[in-house]
Design a protein around this ligand. Structure first.
Ligand SMILES: Nc1nc2c(ncn2[C@@H]2O[C@H](COP(=O)(O)OP(=O)(O)OP(=O)(O)O)[C@@H](O)[C@H]2O)c(=O)[nH]1
Ligand SMILES: [Mg+2]
Length: 340
């Protein structure tokens, strides 16, 4: 099984940059130089808004008790030549039947028009029935071609991965900052969860799936399912870990391309609180937006490593334990006060 570390992150080399520039020129001359958009959807309270706040440093309202996001909220970032990438924070589903009616209609419209859609599920819940039912409802209302289009844009993430403990999370401290990561046992559990969600949402819909990524000029592998054209490399079907491993063994020179194809169908566990996997989420999303996006938003990609960093002073306030000595009426222990 793939390690979560396998997600393809990396700067563009000269050949890729040249290719990206050519793609942009071609897009401009074809008049398809449109702004890009990403929508984030899923049940109320899964942490959609919090994820965007952590990714972009925004201060959108978050709900601790009741549903909060009422209408699609845009968060925009400018790429080169002021080309815009907009993330749409969608209202959550699951509040009531009446609200779902409106929100699912909004989802459908957004799914058709956006370039990538993030469907967020709660990492701590083994229940997939409600999300599955809503997704089916959406797909059932449209023709087969639109179903394919929608499924080719969807990427599933598991939110609030930090709530999965024990086994413990490890904070890797470097000076006054650090990064959270799961220890071995927790990493395996996250991988099992991700694989389970893939088996529920993606595997049964293999006939609707298309994995795509930008290619380097050297990619020339093609077979019944795998192909390439000027816009990139495509795989018709579910690009499972097994499929990825088979192609990677057969064509080791193209491992990175296969890994990016795999990112299309990998379910990514994230935590807005621990800033866990935000780098991979952002890289995966931009990779899926196509070769010109990778070029246009390269500054964003160059900054993504910093997305994972949490100040030590903030990290110390998480999972805090305070013991009150009721007999003496004093504080007996406070984890936040233990010197490092
Ligand atoms: N532990 C933990 N809690 C989180 C995380 N992300 C969000 N939360 C909490 O989850 C609750 C809901 O977060 P929101 O970001 O408002 O969720 P939402 O999906 O945008 O909700 P709606 O706008 O109602 O659809 C808040 O109490 C957040 O603090 C996370 O990564 N870890
Ligand atoms: Mg919200």
């Amino acid at each position: 099984m793939a390690k979560i570390e396998d997600f393809s992150v990396g700067p563009l080399d000269d050949g890729q940059l040249k290719k990206a520039r050519e793609n942009i020129r071609r897009e401009r001359s074809a008049g398809s130089d449109k702004p890009l958009s990403v929508a984030i959807m899923g049940q109320t309270g899964v942490g959609k808004t919090s994820l965007l706040n952590s990714l972009f440093g925004t201060d959108l309202a978050v709900g601790h008790v009741r549903p909060v996001t009422r209408r699609p909220e845009p968060v925009s970032v400018a790429g080169t030549s002021r080309h815009m990438l907009t993330f749409w924070d969608m209202p959550g589903i699951g509040e009531s039947d009446a609200a779902d009616e409106t929100h699912l209609a909004m989802y459908l419209e957004r799914l058709i028009h956006c370039d990538v859609a993030i469907w967020a599920c709660h990492a701590d819940s083994p229940s997939t029935a409600y999300d599955e039912q809503c997704l089916r409802r959406l797909l059932d209302t449209v023709a087969i071609e639109t179903r394919r289009l929608i499924m080719s844009k969807l990427t599933f993430v598991l939110t609030k991965a930090d709530v999965l403990a024990p086994p413990p999370w490890i904070f890797d401290m470097r000076g006054d900052r650090g990064t959270f990561g799961p220890g071995g046992a927790l990493l395996r559990r996250l991988e099992e969860k991700a694989a389970y969600y893939e088996s529920v949402f993606l595997e049964p819909r293999a006939d609707l799936l298309l994995a795509s990524t930008y290619g380097t000029g050297e990619f020339t592998v093609s077979d019944e399912r795998l192909g390439f054209d000027r816009r990139g490399v495509h795989y018709r079907g579910y690009f499972s870990q097994q499929v990825c491993d088979t192609y990677s063994e057969r064509y080791p020179a193209h491992r990175e391309v296969f890994s990016r194809l795999r990112d299309n169908h990998r379910v990514l566990p994230c935590s807005a609180l621990f800033r866990f996997n935000l780098t991979r989420l952002m890289t995966g999303v931009v990779n899926r937006l196509g070769p010109s996006a990778v070029f246009r938003f390269r500054r964003l990609l160059q900054e993504v490593e910093e997305l994972a960093e949490v100040p030590v002073s903030t990290a110390r306030t998480y999972g805090n334990l305070m013991i009150w000595d009721g007999e003496r009426g004093t504080k007996a222990f406070d984890l936040a006060e233990i010197p490092l």
